[in-house]
Design a protein around this ligand. Structure first.
Ligand code: HEM
Length: 406
């Protein structure tokens, strides 16, 4: 089964279990989750089939950090006929457990530390301005397609070392791959996404060979040369998986932070006024956007042993869905959880997860979010049409937000 089929199946089961339509859910998933949490912070879904849902903040946090909750074995995908020259793909750090996870993560940790990322700041600022200039030349534009999606894709291209002349191709393929995880897209669009994924892997394969011959000062060159790590070097398949993971994990998630954050702030006059008047900080606002809208709404683990979560015993072998979206709105952890407060401090949200799999790119996402919002809101921005949410249970984001920029 392909990734998008799994995603569709997961969404279908979810809506069925909730007893509501995708559209109602997309408009406000939080009301549904709150109702469920009020009944029980940990509940069995599909009784008798070993599937549980965890909604309370403390219980979600425990499941993310307790080593008895692990990643379950990932499916493997056969390489299509026309890409047989590619090395066999390996599972990514996102889906494996220690010690494999520790080794893979240690190879890239340094590149994602805040002091290493600082050198990207001028690039991200200039990119945000270029995209906004381009949008301001059009009579109307789409905040998602013209700003929120291209910005993180091109930042990852810069970090990896995708040459300038290849970036239009990289941007096109990335955008197609992002659409692949939207279960409501047509079969053609999703198929185009799957094809784009193989095209991009093929592109990375060629690029890695070039970087081996002529190394540059970028992450792909470091990984290809086996430099900059504490563990052993990556195999060819692991390297391709790593490059794809960094794109996929950081692209739509960050795009959703930017589009949902911008929409929320533009719809909250006090927040807009305070940010424009420098009475509030963009970094605090980004934290609240992450808490309030949780771009990654759900996470998952498997119980390796019997484990108690809150009032409930989770049996060995059970799969647990961790509802980050509801944990971030749990009144036990956050006062007035349904109010959007850009001054909220402390803000210990779980939008980036916790524990050993906590988002590797959290500092990068925070920096991109703050720069993208600050540059956008320094312009005159008018919302020029209705916001359309993606009816995707896993990743919450906007599909379209028509705007006029001047
Ligand atoms: C707002 C943007 C983002 C959000 C909300 C987000 C959220 C998350 C979450 C919840 C996890 C944990 C998954 C788990 O526990 O199974 C995760 C893992 C990860 N994220 Fe992010 N992410 C974002 C941006 C990024 C960026 C920009 C990158 C890199 C370019 C990135 C790379 C990763 C990687 C590699 C992992 C796997 C870490 C591991 O398994 O050790 N993410 N992210």
């Amino acid at each position: 089964m392909s990734v998008d089929d799994r995603m569709r199946q997961m969404s279908g089961q979810w809506f069925h279990a909730l007893g509501i339509s995708q559209e109602d859910f997309a408009a406000n998933p939080y009301a549904v989750y709150r109702r469920w949490q009020d009944q029980s912070p940990v509940r069995e879904i599909a009784p008798g089939r070993g599937r549980w849902m965890v909604l309370g903040y403390q219980q979600v946090r425990t499941a993310l950090t307790d080593p008895r909750f692990i990643k379950s074995t990932p499916p493997s995908y056969p390489i299509p006929e026309s890409y047989q020259h590619l090395p066999e793909m390996a599972p990514s750090m996102l889906v494996v457990n220690p010690p494999a996870h520790t080794r893979l993560r240690s190879l890239v940790t340094r590149a994602f530390q805040p002091r290493h990322l600082e050198r990207l700041r001028p690039f991200i600022s200039a990119l945000a301005d270029d995209l906004l200039d381009e949008m301001s030349r059009q009579s109307s534009s789409d905040l998602v397609e013209d700003y929120a999606l291209p910005l993180p894709a091109l930042v990852i291209a810069e970090l990896l070392g995708v040459p300038q002349q290849d970036r239009p191709l990289f941007r096109r393929l990335s955008q197609k791959i992002a659409l692949m995880v939207d279960p409501t897209q047509s079969a053609d669009v999703r198929q185009a996404g799957a094809t784009a994924r193989w095209q991009l892997l093929d592109y990375f394969h060629t690029l890695v060979q070039r970087k081996q011959d002529e190394p540059c000062d970028d992450l792909l060159s470091d990984l290809a040369a086996g430099r900059d790590h504490e563990g052993s070097a990556l195999s060819a398949g692991e390297l391709l998986t790593m490059a794809l993971l960094l794109l996929v994990a950081g692209h739509e998630t960050t795009a959703n932070l930017i589009s949902l954050g911008a929409y929320r702030i533009l719809s909250t006059p006090d927040a807009l006024y305070e940010l424009r008047g420098h009475q509030a900080s963009y970094s605090d606002a980004v934290e609240e956007c992450l808490r309030f809208e949780s771009p990654v709404q759900l996470d998952g683990r498997m119980a390796q042993d019997d484990a108690v979560l809150g009032p409930t015993l989770i049996p060995q072998g059970a799969s647990v869905t961790l509802v980050l979206a509801q944990a971030n709105r749990d009144p036990v952890a956050f006062a007035n959880p349904d109010s959007f407060d850009i001054h909220r401090n402390p803000n210990p949200h779980l939008a980036f997860g916790r524990g050993i799999h906590m988002c590797l790119g959290s500092s990068l996402a925070r920096m991109e979010g703050a720069i993208a919002l600050e540059h956008l809101l320094s312009r005159q921005v008018q919302v020029a049409g209705p916001a359309l949410y993606q009816p995707n249970v896993l990743l919450r984001g906007l599909r379209h937000l028509p705007v006029k920029i001047s």
